[in-house]
Design a protein around this ligand. Structure first.
Ligand SMILES: Nc1ncnc2c1ncn2[C@@H]1O[C@H](COP(=O)(O)OP(=O)(O)OP(=O)(O)O)[C@@H](O)[C@H]1O
Ligand SMILES: [Mg+2]
Length: 255
């Protein structure tokens, strides 16, 4: 990459024995385990129970949709699952690792290795090219420039953007930008992809292209957890979790 992003820490070296990796992985148990998970926000004297005791197990390779009214706790849930936010109490285990045991640095490393993120507003860096955006997680993991540039090209090809590597986000359509975001989320081959309203800013035909891409990734073994308001988008998932006031209201599963 030519245009390195600003950063405060030295990139980690690419070693599988670094802190927070899957060395303690428990591959026999569920991929994700939540036990009495709570997240409470304090607003002055008021408490908001955004998550009010969630118990859930998710298996490897599953595709989950999280649904529910505005304010029901969907984004809070995804942020906690993504280790972007810590729960107030309760247990969150991912591949057997209790994330509460990780300090902030170890948690960042853990996140880089285990989780890929796709957001409603794409969250690409406008100054960076497609290739550089896709390379970002690899940069933070300390990959060598040539290796990560090659890998970014392979991923761009996989999402149908091989001919756009040197473009910047503002030169792409919304659907193309979201495909860059998917490629970036895949860069380090994390077991879990988290998506918060991934089609929320896309028209219906572009939405179906992105959903086909997610379906294909799931068929190839990725675990996907996706927040959505739309039933037809949620129908792509085999497990649909409905939230209400910070708790699980019900779970629907495909037969
Ligand atoms: N940083 C915060 N500080 C205080 N309260 C918060 C914060 N983030 C979320 N909340 C509150 O927690 C509850 C759950 O919010 P959350 O964003 O998880 O809802 P959501 O289901 O994603 O809603 P939407 O569909 O509107 O995105 C809401 O009552 C919200 O106001
Ligand atoms: Mg939300």
């Amino acid at each position: 990459m030519t245009d390195r992003p600003p950063h405060n820490t030295t990139p980690h070296t690419d070693t599988t024995t670094a802190v927070g990796t899957t060395t303690r992985a428990d591959t026999a148990g569920p991929l994700i385990e939540l036990a009495d998970l709570r997240k409470t926000y304090h607003m002055g004297t008021q408490q908001v129970h955004a998550l009010a005791g969630v118990n859930l197990q998710l298996g490897r390779g599953e595709f989950w949709a999280i649904l529910g009214a505005s304010g029901s706790g969907k984004s809070t849930m995804l942020n906690v699952l993504g280790c972007l936010d810590r729960p107030t109490s309760g247990i969150y285990r991912l591949e057997g690792q209790d994330v509460a045991e990780l300090d902030d640095d170890a948690l960042s490393e853990f996140r880089l290795r285990h989780l890929g993120f796709i957001f409603q507003s794409f969250n690409l860096i406008p100054q960076l090219t497609v290739r550089e955006n896709i390379e970002l997680p690899l940069y933070y993991l300390g990959w060598e420039a040539d290796r990560s540039a090659d890998h970014a090209a392979v991923l761009a090809e996989q999402v149908g953007l091989a001919d756009r590597l040197d473009h910047r986000p503002n030169e792409l359509s919304g659907g193309q930008q979201q495909r860059v975001a998917v490629a970036r989320a895949l860069a380090n081959d994390p077991p879990v992809l988290l998506a918060d309203e991934p089609t929320g800013n896309l028209d219906s035909s572009t939405s179906s292209q992105i959903m086909s891409l997610l379906d294909e990734l799931n068929q190839n073994g990725k675990t996907i957890i996706m927040v959505t308001h739309e039933n037809d988008i949620a129908a792509h998932a085999q497990h649909r979790l409905h939230m209400r006031d910070g708790i699980i209201d019900r779970i629907e599963r495909d037969a």
